[in-house]
Write a protein that binds this ligand. Structure first.
Ligand code: ADP
Ligand code: MG
Length: 556
């Protein structure tokens, strides 16, 4: 029986062939096209490349090519490199952060080869060789003419592993993941020239540089550097350098955060929190700062939990280290040259009406406006509660028998709720055409995400189209939005893939502020009742608040 497959009449247990074992193991290292790119680029970095060019098509599922000018391989080594556990490096996971190299398990190439059609061309400057391999089987080996360096071409990724293939996200999301990986690697290695070409378009291009700041600008764009702060801190076991984004350039998610420990992109939630903490009251509670920070630590302080895609680390003496970083961040932001007008007042939680009420006592205006004229309902005719009037965007009602005091309906919050429910659950969304369509240009990363979100935007009344890879035109808007807020809005939602409800909330945050007359206020009240009187707006703010007569009596 070939290749260890034991089959007898009764037997249901099989010993898997090497080929199948390789395919299964490949699943651990090679989860998706981005992990192929990561492994190939890391190998190129290990090979001492000064320039790395990455190309992909179809989100990498069709085609990936990585070209480097590193040390290359001899014909023998090239053949060996495709074997499982072939590595010129070493050894155990714990060595990861002491190692100078990225690779350590010697299984990336074997895994990639097992699930694709792979074409390798390499030369060590003396001998060149070319290998064709399909699903782990070497088809042919030829001498080749090539300058020193290595080229890997990967085609038809997962084509023969249907289970893995069907697990992949859309090709545009795969492309986005590749862009993210190359972004991280190029931020970690400014001394290497990186070029990423996706669907024949250059989406990232970064010349060699010795300056971290320059590399950050090349890769993340000048917007990232605008009004930013450069941080530099060192003591005996910790060194931190990098850029802190302006407190005015924050995001609702963490996509603008890049953290490197000993030159590896890592995820370390405790450290990310500490950095945000360092911003203190300069940013609103639910927003996240932009940063690109490089930490250097003695390897003994790092606990590694190796995940093929995301390197999750925990730090020994985490609290001490986090505190140091938090202080360094705070110190950097409060440097004397910090323009005072950049400091925002601390974000006020949903205003308590009481505070407003009290601070208004001194004001000249009357506390309540009695609008009896024109009131559609006379006090005597209506069931309780009775309308008192409107104060700013609050409708005030007398509690009457049901409640001894005043009911305050936050009309803005109420309308937010009605709008949210309508946009989320009902048909017939209103849309207003713009007289002059607006044009917007975004970064590649933002554009790819925005394209993903277009169907959702259209479903709530946007008229939006992609004109080219980075240019968009908007020619219609839902009526509750101001055209002037469009740029910020699109930028905000071009960050990550959102579920319908989340995207809606983000859009609603840009809703125009407005004032209400009594007619409108009562119409809102009516609608609320028809929607079975929800208690909160989509952002968790209460719609109705109560002020007890007893409490009013106690005001000083
Ligand atoms: P690892 O990186 O863990 O050693 P890989 O499967 O990724 O394992 O690679 C196997 C070996 O192939 C490497 O140790 C290295 O010797 C060689 N190799 C892979 N890619 C390159 C490259 N781009 N240039 C030179 N050598 C390479
Ligand atoms: Mg490797």
């Amino acid at each position: 029986m070939s290749n260890g497959v034991i089959m007898s009449f009764m037997s249901i247990i099989r010993i898997l062939s090497d080929h199948v074992i390789n395919q299964i193991a490949a699943g651990e290292v090679i989860e998706n096209p981005a992990s192929v790119v990561k492994e190939l680029v890391e190998n190129a970095i290990d090979a001492g490349a000064e320039a790395i060019i990455i190309e992909e098509r179809g989100g990498g599922l069709q085609f990936i090519r990585v070209i480097d000018d590193g040390v290359g391989m001899s014909p023998d080594d090239a053949l060996l490199s495709l074997e499982r556990h072939a590595t010129s490096k070493i050894k155990k996971a714990e060595d990861l952060f002491t190692l100078k190299t990225m690779g350590f398990r010697g299984e990336a190439l074997a895994s990639i080869a097992a699930v694709s059609h792979l074409h390798l061309t390499t030369s060590n400057g003396q001998l060149g060789t070319e290998i064709f391999c399909e699903e782990g089987r070497i088809l042919k080996t030829l001498p080749a003419a090539r300058k020193r360096g290595t080229t890997f071409e990967v085609r038809s990724l997962f084509a023969h592993v249907p289970a893995r293939k069907s697990f992949q996200k859309s090709s545009s999301l795969c492309a986005l993941a590749i862009l993210k990986i190359v972004t991280q690697l190029s931020l970690a290695y400014p001394s290497i020239h990186f070029e990423l070409i996706q669907e024949d378009k250059t989406t990232l291009s970064a010349e060699q540089t010795t300056s971290l700041e320059k590399r950050i600008g090349q890769v993340l764009g000048d917007k990232f550097l605008k009004d930013s702060f450069s941080l530099s801190f060192a003591d005996t076991d910790l060194k931190v350098t990098g850029i802190l984004g302006s407190p005015l350039q924050t995001k609702l998610n963490r996509t603008g955060q890049y953290l490197f420990i000993n030159q590896r992109a890592v995820s370390c939630p405790a450290m990310s929190f500490a950095i945000k903490d360092g911003y203190g009251m300069r940013i609103e509670k639910e927003r996240h700062p932009l940063f690109c920070l490089y930490l250097e630590l003695t390897p003994e302080l790092i606990d590694v939990n190796v995940h093929p895609q995301k390197l999750q680390v925990r730090l020994r003496e985490e609290k001490t280290l986090c505190d140091k970083v938090k202080k360094a961040v705070g110190h950097t932001l409060s440097r004397e040259n910090f323009p005072q007008d950049l400091i925002k007042p601390p974000f006020k939680e949903a205003h308590s009406f009481l505070n407003e009420f009290q601070s208004f006592k001194e004001a000249e205006e009357p506390l309540f406006i009695f609008k009896d004229e024109g009131l559609p309902l006379k006090k005597s005719e209506v069931p309780l509660p009775i309308v008192i009037g409107i104060f700013r965007h609050f409708l005030l009602l007398e509690g009457g028998e049901s409640f001894d005091g005043i009911l305050i309906v936050d009309l803005y919050a109420a309308e937010m709720r009605i709008l949210y429910d309508h946009l989320r659950y009902e048909e017939n969304k209103e849309s207003q055409s713009l007289l002059i369509p607006e044009l917007f240009t975004f970064s590649h990363e933002e554009s790819m995400q925005l394209v993903e979100n277009i169907p959702q935007l259209e479903s709530i009344g946007f008229g939006i189209r992609a004109l080219s890879a980075k240019n968009f035109v908007v020619d219609a808007l839902p009526p509750f939005l101001e055209p002037s807020s469009l740029r910020d809005l699109l930028e905000e939602i071009s960050t990550i893939k959102e579920k319908q409800g989340e995207l809606l909330k983000r859009v609603l945050q840009f809703r125009r502020k407005r004032s209400y007359d009594l007619q409108e206020a009562l119409a809102i009240e009516e609608k609320l009742k028809r929607n079975s009187s929800p208690s909160f707006c989509p952002f968790g703010k209460p719609i109705t608040r109560y002020l007890k007569t007893d409490d009013i009596e106690k005001f000083k």
